[in-house]
Design a protein around this ligand. Sequence first.
Ligand SMILES: [Zn+2]
Ligand SMILES: [Zn+2]
Length: 340
Amino acid sequence: MKGLTASLWPVRYKPYPDELLTSWLIRLAWGHGLKAQTFCNRVFGGRHQVWNRDSDRLAPVWLINALVEQTGTPRQIVYGTTLRAYEGILYPHFRPSGTLPWVQTLMVYHRSRRGYGVQFCPVCLAEDECPYFRRAWRVSFNTMCMRHGVMLHDRCPACGMPVVYHRMEMGRGSVFEVGSMADCHACGFSLVEAPRQEIWGYDSQALSFHLGLCRALTEPAGAGMVPDKLRVMHQLIRLMVSRYKTISLRQYVSKTLGVDDPIEIAGRVFVETQPLVARHHLIQLAAWLMVDLATRLEGAWRAGTLRYNHLEKDFDEAPDWYRSIADLFMDWRRHKRSPG
Ligand SMILES: [Zn+2]
Ligand SMILES: [Zn+2]
């Protein structure tokens, strides 16, 4: 196609509300009648790779610049399609590799994905004029759609494969045979048809805490987010999936709430790599603790399911209010050791 080297591309769609960068890029490629890989090779050359890494997270400058200049979209809007724009909201500091707190891991291996990093709401996809993928669907605690009151999915319900929308094009002759981004790349199942499961939770206060987080995520620039709270929750979940034999916080909270614990710990576990059901479970447990943190942690501590030194373990720059709760247990231990 001519015109791709011009200062403005012939097709200049703007991102839909909360659209992810790569979802937008695929729409732009298809709008030009090209497959995403072909489009990117033509406009970025062989030097720059988009599809064999997590470009939504990395937000490479050359890609942002190209989208700003060649679609005539303001830089702030382009940047806002990336997970990097969550810096200071979901996590304090961006890092290009390793897990990034609350950002689902794709586990990219060449051009394939091994992680269940992209979630979706079947009702959102069904209502879209042109189905597209949301940035909020890459956020680990966001397991529910606030708009439709249903649980999200993190894989194709028909074949169990992760959602990899750019691979929709593989093995298809031309882009016009590709269909929709909402079809499973592996088996062709329409994700729009995925079951619409009602939101579930263990405890009404914990559920409304969790819903509050998901709701805040949809506000502009994370206006309703409290980064400190998210960091503390993240720490609690880390404790709940730790392999230390002396910590049984997850089992304690599950038992207190009278629920089964579906988590299997094998090797090092991150919430960002957990399947949706396990993640939703962990977040419900952590949310229950958060609702009345000092009292509930005290209960867990008295039941011998954690030690005071675990609470701040590997937790850099813990908020003062959290530290003062953790320190209570340190003082109590001292009291116990030296009665009177
Ligand atoms: Zn929805
Ligand atoms: Zn499938």
